[in-house]
Design a protein around this ligand. Sequence first.
Ligand code: BMA
Length: 365
Amino acid sequence: MKKLFFALTVLCTVLAGCTAQGSLEQRLADAVASGKYMFGHQDDLMYGHSWNGNTEVDHNFTKSDVFETLGEYPAILGLDLGGIELGSPCNLDGNDFALMREAAQKHYKRGGIVTLSWHARNPLTGGDAWDVSSDEVVESILPGGEVNEKFTQWLDAVANYIASLEIPVIFRPWHEHTGSWFWWGTGLCTPDQYNELWAMTYDYLTEEKGLTDIVWAISPGASFSEFEAWEDRYPGDSYVDIIGLDCYSPNVPADSLWVPANEAFITEMHYCLGAIERMGREHGKMIAVTETGLETLGYPNWWTEVLQPAIDGFPIAYVLVWRNANEADKPNHYYVPVSDGPAADDFRKFAESEQTMFLSRNKLN
Ligand code: BMA
């Protein structure tokens, strides 16, 4: 009887969750079907340009640079797991993992969606994610490899943290693998090794740890000339739900160079989004812009004159811009304008446009 009662309670909770928000994948698909895309911001509730929620803790997570300018939160909150593999209390950008969990849950309760990336350290050399001094790292992780056991413990740490969130998430590991700046990048392992790394991560989390409430996103980095060649570094349709794209707008040394630089970005986006749109159609996958932005927003009308022409018209579920580093930690490293900054008005225009979805009653729910 007790068991039956428990099973009924679980069923009701699951059903209530589904009717309140729908499945994560469905919500993303609904955005695409409506011809809109959700807006995301990395670390939005954790810190901003001139505040740090890790030191001035507010368990209600009211602060956000996006909210400060728009009066609404981003629909998608990006967070990074880098550091969890070492058992560190904070991630690579200084976020307290316990607080990050609270932020993720708060965002989900508000009706938002959480996406997790993982700048994993280098398990072979002891360096960071950007340590590309050895091209044997992926090989050494795979079954039979030198650090396979150690890496399995790292996966354990990731799985335990994701399980502890108790919410569905988009997980986006091994990103920008078409470049060679991370140890899992294209020059550092063979396509088979990359695909095995992905499959191993997927199998461990889903089969071994039972984490089935994850939407899996793969994010090649844009590279105009050889973008379509990346398809061999794709683990297969049963391992992927979203095909994403990481592509940043370049900064320029002189104002006269904005026009060609912005045009080049738009051209690159069109080319790469065209390729993943085709691939998404062929493989039955959703697409998204999983990372973008113009660091410091030196071109104030970037939102409506550059980003929108670059992405509008493509069936993307969301677009996420990178983090607003705290000025004291990493100066001039921000992607969302401060509320009185020169790019704030254009950001408001972007938010008010028909296509964009933020976390407010009338636009997301
Ligand atoms: C990079 C920069 C770094 C940061 C890393 C992981 O693009 O923002 O400062 O450590 O992402 O978040």
